[in-house]
Design a protein around this ligand. Structure first.
Ligand code: TRP
Length: 339
């Protein structure tokens, strides 16, 4: 009897050991998959044209570098649908599964990811102001577990472009989400510019997407032109805004190429495909052994003018020939959001 008990116990112990090896419980494995491929978690705050484009460009660069999803790497992509609670849950899952690397697309995702882990490497993408967002304290070799790319733009340059297209505006309405650090930092720069140039800034802040339509409508009788920073909430609600502003024939100056594709009148901005590729290169370097903190945060220097000629027609604005010559032209057909 005693002997049998011992045997049963032995079998049980061995079975448990085998089971735990398969499930990963009690072992130090770096992800939750059965193979030994590295796992990358991609977290995106919301769906909009630009963030989708950035994500696709990151994944394409990884593939070009030999990291193909399902073959040489696992990619777990999650979208928070604009909800901070979802962001937290996603980042907690990534860290509890001990993923090898987290790619955080846009400022809110990066802030939440860094709040969850100071160990797992984080590569952020398209963060307008990584220092103001509290992600890094310096752009050169930031140290710690984080680096990434910035899509900083200059509101001064966008305003200079606006002056050439629609001169003599006095009142500029500003649409943004007051919870997005990326927007606050651009708006502070805009206010400095406005002060120097005798322009009134009329702020129309929102807390979430459901408030956007009313905010746009509130500007109609007061603003000569409207401006939006690189704001995720505004970018995801472009059709609603452009409907209101186009009807009122108010020029809408934006901060990203995708926002011009989706009906904004014009911007002077960066190329997000290149930014996505740069982000992908950083991920590759880290998977190949570099420390995240040893990689400089990169900003994009390649800027272009973007114009939507359908919007110009709708609001009766003629774009000067000198600008048309230099600009990348979009029409409504380029929008991926339903107009
Ligand atoms: N820069 C934004 C951020 O820091 C993210 C972003 C990238 C974005 N491309 C955009 C926002 C285009 C609006 C439109 O969160």
């Amino acid at each position: 009897m005693k002997k049998l008990n011992k045997k049963v116990t032995m079998v049980l112990v061995i079975t448990l050991m085998i089971l735990s090896a398969f499930t990963g419980c009690g072992t130090n494995q770096s992800n939750d998959t059965a193979d030994n491929l590295p796992t990358i978690g991609i977290v995106q705050i919301i769906e909009h044209t630009s963030l989708n484009m950035i994500r696709e460009s990151i994944v394409a660069q990884l593939e070009a570098d030999g990291f193909t999803d399902g073959e040489t790497v696992h990619i777990d992509y999650q979208n928070a649908q604009g909800d901070q609670n979802n962001l937290k849950t996603i980042c907690q899952q990534f860290t509890s599964k001990n993923y090898d690397l987290i790619v955080a697309i846009a400022t809110p995702s990066a802030q939440v990811a860094l709040g969850e882990t100071t160990e797992i490497p984080i590569v952020f993408s398209a963060v307008t102001d990584p220092i103001a967002a509290g992600l890094v304290t310096t752009m050169q070799q930031p140290g710690g577990n984080i680096t990434g790319t910035s899509d900083a733009v200059s509101p001064e340059q966008i305003m200079e472009l606006a002056k050439q297209i629609t001169p003599d505006f006095k009142n500029i309405g500003v649409l943004y989400n007051s919870g997005e650090t990326n927007s606050i930092s651009v708006i502070n720069n805009l206010k400095e510019y406005a002060d120097k140039n005798n322009i009134n800034v009329l702020e129309a802040p929102v807390m979430n997407g459901s408030e956007v339509q009313q905010a746009a409508a509130s500007l109609v009788d007061k603003a000569d032109v409207v401006f939006a920073p690189i704001d995720n909430t505004i970018a995801s609600a472009m059709p609603i805004i452009t409907q209101t502003l186009n009807e009122a024939k108010i020029p809408f100056y934006v901060s990203a190429d995708s926002m011009v594709m989706d009906g904004g009148l014009a911007t002077y901005g960066i190329n997000y495909e290149i930014l996505g590729a740069k982000t992908g290169e950083m991920v590759t370097a880290i998977l190949n052994g570099s420390a995240p903190g040893s990689i400089d945060v990169e900003t994009m220097s390649d800027m272009n003018i973007y114009i939507n000629t359908d919007t110009a027609k709708k609001i009766g604005v003629t774009i000067p020939e000198s600008i048309m010559k230099k600009a990348t032209i979009f029409t409504d057909a380029d929008s991926s959001q339903n107009q």
